[in-house]
Design a protein around this ligand. Structure first.
Ligand SMILES: Nc1nc2c(c(=O)[nH]1)N[C@@H](CN(C=O)c1ccc(C(=O)N[C@@H](CCC(=O)O)C(=O)O)cc1)CN2
Length: 286
């Protein structure tokens, strides 16, 4: 591999170290940050991510509150769990793990979260603040990607960025974040239906692949020296074992100048940025 590895694990460890001190400072002022999670159903990926979030909280000194509901939970039951955390004083911020089972209206659930307790930055009010450039919690993966690029001094201002994927947790908010006046990138938001995808990616200084299509971005689609971030995760069964596969083909490492791999790139930073959102919210109160 010739690309410089954008090491999300190391970057996340540094963020967590700093947050641990801030949590101690909050405790000295009698304030405990508390993250709540609502998990519906038994998707193995979602279970693992939620468990990871609670482990991270324990590491940093944030209290955690779990609400796990069965896959058969009704929309009203999910909304009741949201209403409960909205008023729980021990919970200073919370999230609803996505995706929700079919039959539960994701937008209705996200909208029911108190925007002031929205640890994920996915409430319409907070996404609106992102559009307007107002301060507010930022979605965790986009925030983590920006932090990772900054840590490795990958130039963002003036860069041509191609984001592949228009989902609510990554592609769409990342496009908004990087095109803000303060970041000043020129962003093209592509998706699996984009005609001539390679024509866009070959012109890019930075490519973020978040479409959830294994091996979608191949070496011939990348300008030599470009920064590539693999944010796609597909759980594929190979030889009876579940394997995680990213959107970026392995040969891209020979062409790119920087590569955030999956695993070990944007994923750990997603987790670290959730903690940052929770700590910032608790600090705002005191
Ligand atoms: N409410 C939310 N739901 C979802 C979000 C989100 O930000 N908020 N993002 C993803 C899932 N996610 C966090 O929730 C997440 C995904 C991946 C990782 C991660 O660390 N990935 C590892 C590889 C996977 C593994 O080891 O199992 C990596 O890239 O190194 C963390 C969090 C969708 N849902």
């Amino acid at each position: 591999m010739s690309a410089v590895r954008l090491d999300g694990k190391a970057a996340a460890a540094a963020v967590k170290e700093e947050l641990r001190e801030r949590v101690k400072a909050l405790a000295a002022r009698g304030r405990t940050a508390g993250l709540g999670t609502i998990l519906v159903g038994d998707d193995p990926g979602s279970r693992a991510y939620v468990a990871g979030k609670h482990r991270d909280c324990a590491e940093v000194g944030i209290a955690s509150i779990r609400r796990d509901l069965p896959a058969s939970a009704t929309q009203d039951e999910v909304l009741a769990a949201v209403a409960e955390l909205n008023v729980d004083p021990a919970c200073t911020g919370f999230l609803v793990q996505l995706p929700l089972p079919s039959g539960v209206d994701e937008q209705a659930v996200l909208t029911a979260v108190d925007p002031d307790k929205d640890a994920d930055g996915l409430h319409p009010v907070n996404l609106g603040k992102l559009v307007l450039g107002m301060p507010g919690p930022l979605p965790c993966t986009p925030r983590g990607i920006l932090a990772l690029l900054r840590r490795y001094e990958v130039p963002v201002a003036g860069a041509e960025v191609v984001v592949i994927g228009r989902g609510v947790t990554v592609g769409r908010p990342l496009g908004l974040l990087l095109s803000r006046r303060s970041e000043n990138a020129t962003v093209t938001l592509c998706h699996t239906g984009t005609r001539e995808l390679a024509g866009h990616t070959r012109r890019a200084d930075i490519v973020v692949a978040a479409a959830g299509v294994p091996g979608l971005l191949t070496a011939d689609m990348v300008r030599p020296g470009a920064a590539v971030l693999d944010v796609g995760i597909t759980r594929a069964e190979r030889d009876g074992k579940v394997k995680l596969v990213g959107d970026v083909a392995p040969e891209v490492a020979e062409v790119a100048g920087f590569l955030a791999p999956m695993p070990g790139g944007a994923g750990p930073m997603t987790r670290a940025m959730l903690l940052a959102n929770v700590v910032e919210r608790a600090e705002r109160d005191h």
